[in-house]
Design a protein around this ligand. Structure first.
Ligand SMILES: NC(=O)c1ccc[n+]([C@@H]2O[C@H](COP(=O)([O-])OP(=O)(O)OC[C@H]3O[C@@H](n4cnc5c(N)ncnc54)[C@H](OP(=O)(O)O)[C@@H]3O)[C@@H](O)[C@H]2O)c1
Length: 354
C-alpha cells in the first residue's frame, strides 16, 4: 500500500511535536509538510520549535521549512492528502474548513468543530461508526475534504473506561475530579510561578467539554445525526504541577450492581476495532488495570502502551452513587491528543476514507 502523504498544522507546539514524533517512522503515513504561525513560517523546523521531547529531533524533519497555515501554501509546497491539526481552537475554527473545502482530510485535535452536528467526534475503540457523519458533512457543506475530530484529552481517557462499564453494567451518572498536567495547556500555557508549589482549580472550558463531549461520543448514530447518551456527567477540573499525564478520580452509578473485581475484568478485557485490525498506533490493551494500592501514578503509568493505554486502579464500591469509584491516568499529549488523531486517521484508512 503506498503511504498517505500527510502534514501537521501547528507543528511547533506541544501537540504538534508529538505528531512529528508519531509520524516520522509511521508505516502508513509520510510526513511531508509542517505549518505554524506567521512567527515561525519560513524558518527551519529546528529553529521554530522548542523541541521538548526526550528523543532527538530527526535530522530530515529539523531541516524542513515551516509553512504558513494556509491550504494554498501547503498545496504549492507539498503533495499532501491529510493534515493533522494541532492548532489553537480560534485558529482552527477559521482555518480547518478552508483545508476541508480545498479537498484535504483534516484529523483535528482542536475543539473548534467537535460538537458540530455533522462532525464525527471519535475514539476508535468506542464509536468508530460515527465516521458515517463524514458523508453527511460532505453533502451539507459541499466539501471535497472533511473534518474528523478527537475529544478533549481528559474526556478521552475517561470515556475509554466508561464504555466497557456502560456496556456491561449500564452507567447513569458520572462524577469526575481531574488533576491535569501542565503540558495540557500548551508550551506557553501556565507560567512556572503560577503552578509550582500550587494547584489551580480552574481550566477554562474543560468541565463543559467533559460534560458534553462524553454524551456525544457515547451516543448512537441515528441516520444523519447523533442521539446523545442518556447519562449525566459532573466534572471538576484542576491543574497540578505534573509535566505530562492527567489523573482522574471517577465515580459512577451503575444500572446493574457492579462488583469491583468483575469491573476490573471488564476493563482489562476491553478491546475495539483498532486492536482487532492491528492498527499501527493501537495499544494491545486500551485499558490496563493495576492491582497495587498506590497506582496508577502519572510518573510511572503515562507511558503505558507507548502513551496510548489508559491505566486504571483502586477500583472500589462507591456507597454514595451505589456504583464504582476508581482512579485513571492517561498521557494527555499522546492518547489525549496527537496519538488520538493518528489513530483516527488509521481508522479512516482502514475504513477506505483515504
Ligand atoms: N497539550 C495537550 O495536551 C492538548 C491535549 C488535547 C488537545 N489539545 C489542543 O491541541 C491544540 C494545540 O495545543 P498545544 O498544547 O500544542 O498548543 P501550543 O503548544 O500553544 O501550540 C500551538 C501551535 O499552533 C500554532 N499557532 C498559533 N497561532 C497560530 C496562527 N495564528 N496561525 C497558525 N498557527 C498558529 C503555534 O505556532 P507558533 O509556534 O509559530 O506560535 C503552534 O505550532 C489546541 O487546540 C489544544 O486545545 C492540547
Amino acid at each position: 500500500m503506498p503511504k498517505v502523504r500527510v502534514g501537521v498544522l501547528g507543528a511547533t507546539g506541544i501537540v504538534g511535536q508529538r505528531f512529528v514524533s508519531l509520524l516520522v517512522d509511521h508505516p502508513w503515513f509520510e510526513l511531508e509538510a509542517l505549518t505554524a504561525s506567521p512567527r515561525s513560517a519560513g524558518k527551519p523546523y529546528a529553529e521554530a520549535s522548542k523541541w521538548y521531547l526526550s528523543e532527538p529531533l530527526p535530522e530530515d524533519v529539523a531541516e524542513l521549512t515551516v509553512l504558513e497555515t494556509d491550504p494554498r501554501e501547503v498545496e504549492r509546497e507539498a503533495d499532501v492528502d491529510l493534515v493533522f491539526s494541532a492548532l489553537p481552537s480560534d485558529v482552527a475554527r477559521e482555518v480547518e474548513p478552508k483545508f476541508a473545502e480545498a479537498g484535504f482530510a483534516v484529523a483535528s485535535n482542536a475543539s473548534a468543530y467537535r460538537m458540530e452536528e455533522d462532525v464525527p467526534l471519535v475514539i476508535p475503540e468506542v464509536n468508530p461508526d460515527h465516521l458515517g457523519l463524514i458523508d453527511v458533512q460532505r453533502d451539507e457543506r459541499g466539501w471535497d475534504g472533511f473534518i474528523v475530530t478527537n475529544p478533549n484529552c481528559s474526556t478521552i481517557q475517561m470515556v475509554l473506561t466508561l464504555k466497557p462499564l456502560m456496556d456491561e453494567f449500564g452507567v447513569e451518572e458520572v462524577i469526575v475530579s481531574t488533576m491535569q498536567a501542565v503540558s495540557g495547556a500548551g508550551y506557553a500555557g501556565v507560567p512556572s510561578m503560577a503552578i509550582l508549589d500550587n494547584i489551580i482549580p480552574y481550566i477554562e472550558g474543560e468541565e463543559e467539554k467533559m460534560e458534553t463531549e462524553t454524551l456525544k461520543i457515547l451516543g448512537e448514530l441515528d441516520g444523519d445525526r447523533i442521539e446523545p447518551a442518556d447519562l449525566t456527567v459532573s466534572a471538576s477540573c484542576h491543574r497540578v504541577p505534573v509535566l505530562d499525564g492527567h489523573t482522574e478520580a471517577i465515580f459512577v452509578s451503575t444500572t446493574e450492581e457492579a462488583d469491583p473485581e468483575e469491573a476490573a475484568e471488564v476493563l482489562a478485557g476491553f478491546r475495539g476495532i483498532p486492536q482487532e485490525r492491528g492498527l499501527p498506533t493501537a495499544p494491545e490493551r486500551p485499558v490496563i488495570v493495576r492491582e497495587e494500592e498506590d497506582r496508577p501514578q502519572p510518573r510511572f503509568d503515562r507511558e503505558a502502551g507507548d502513551g496510548m493505554s489508559v491505566v486504571v486502579g483502586r477500583i472500589r464500591r462507591d456507597p454514595v452513587l451505589d456504583g464504582l469509584k476508581y482512579v485513571c491516568v492517561g498521557h494527555n499529549a499522546v492518547r489525549g491528543a496527537a496519538g488520538a488523531s493518528v489513530l483516527n486517521a488509521e481508522l479512516l484508512v482502514s475504513e477506505g476514507y483515504l
